[in-house]
Design a protein around this ligand. Structure first.
Ligand code: FE2
Ligand code: FE2
Length: 135
């Protein structure tokens, strides 16, 4: 079973942002499935790398939107991104050097962080952009 299911509750109203969130959810689900299936480090490491890289790309996309539209909550939103990239980067480093495993706790952390960030911080950005006519 998927760890995170997409629903309209997660929609920000901005279609490209929603599509990228769906891809992030898909990668987290893939990582969870691989962990549950007991896949080896090669598979897990590959998905983890893809997740970290896509997260960086996605945050860059949102930060560009914020800059383009002079979004007022940019600093707080960016700070959440930066902190998460640090945490995920640390996890990847530890994993790659054999000092961490992908656990249920880690998967729950990823799920909770992403869904909370989308529902609070990203939705707020989406609402603000919608007012400016961005779709
Ligand atoms: Fe986002
Ligand atoms: Fe965000």
């Amino acid at each position: 079973m998927a760890l995170i299911a997409w629903s309209n509750m997660l929609s920000t109203g901005i279609s490209e942002q929603d599509n990228q969130h769906k891809k992030l959810i898909d990668l987290i689900n893939q990582l969870n499935d691989a962990m549950q299936a007991g896949k080896g480090a090669e598979v897990l490491g590959k998905v983890l790398t893809e997740l970290v890289n896509y997260t960086v790309f996605h945050f860059g996309y949102e930060e560009k939107l914020m800059a383009q539209h002079k979004y007022e909550d940019t600093p707080a939103h960016k700070a959440e991104h930066t902190k998460f990239v640090q945490t995920a980067g640390d996890l990847k480093k530890k994993y790659d050097s054999g000092n961490a495993v992908i656990s249920v706790e880690i998967m729950n952390f990823l799920r909770d962080w992403l869904t909370n960030h989308i529902m609070k911080t990203d939705k707020k950005l989406g609402q603000s952009l919608a007012k400016l006519g961005v779709k």
